[in-house]
Write a new protein. Sequence first.
Length: 202
Amino acid sequence: MITILIVDDEKLERRGIRFLLKREEGEFQILEATNGKDALGVLESNHVDILFSDVKMPYMNGLELTKAVREDHPDMEIVIFSGYNDFSYAREALRYGVVDYVLKPVDPEEFHKTFQRVMENISSKIEKFTSEKSDSAGIIFHHIAKVTNTADICIDVDLTAIRRNIFFSFQLLKKLLFFCFFLHSFFGFLPHILLRLKDNLT
């Protein structure tokens, strides 16, 4: 499930974004924060895929938040909303890699197009990542079969097919593949460990 964080000091504006999201296809977990400082606290304890943020907020504005988020969450999709039609704001936001800079009041059709672009970005990242790492599971099972003498067992793993049936967020998929590489290394060293133990016991 996609997790979305809405950051705006105006409750009415947060409700408006929630309303627009209900019109989009899919199920979303929606979190809220009233300013950039609170948003960083939410991000510390929650995985977030998409950040919607206002620009003008107390304590930490949207551009400061975007800069901070980019340092720790480079893959997060970020959309900035602002009532200020100021090119300097937009230019700074785009410098931090936001998907779009949307002017308030938010036009529903424009929001839909922006959200579609965000979802396409997420899908593209997952497709690219799975295609580059699709051999990992096969390598792991090969080592398991070799160590346990079960080479006659054939296991066909297709991470892209798995992703189509069970949605993995980009960050979760990276953690899963990191674990796979760990197992790969472990089973690669296991035969040497067993041989060393055998030598010590004989």
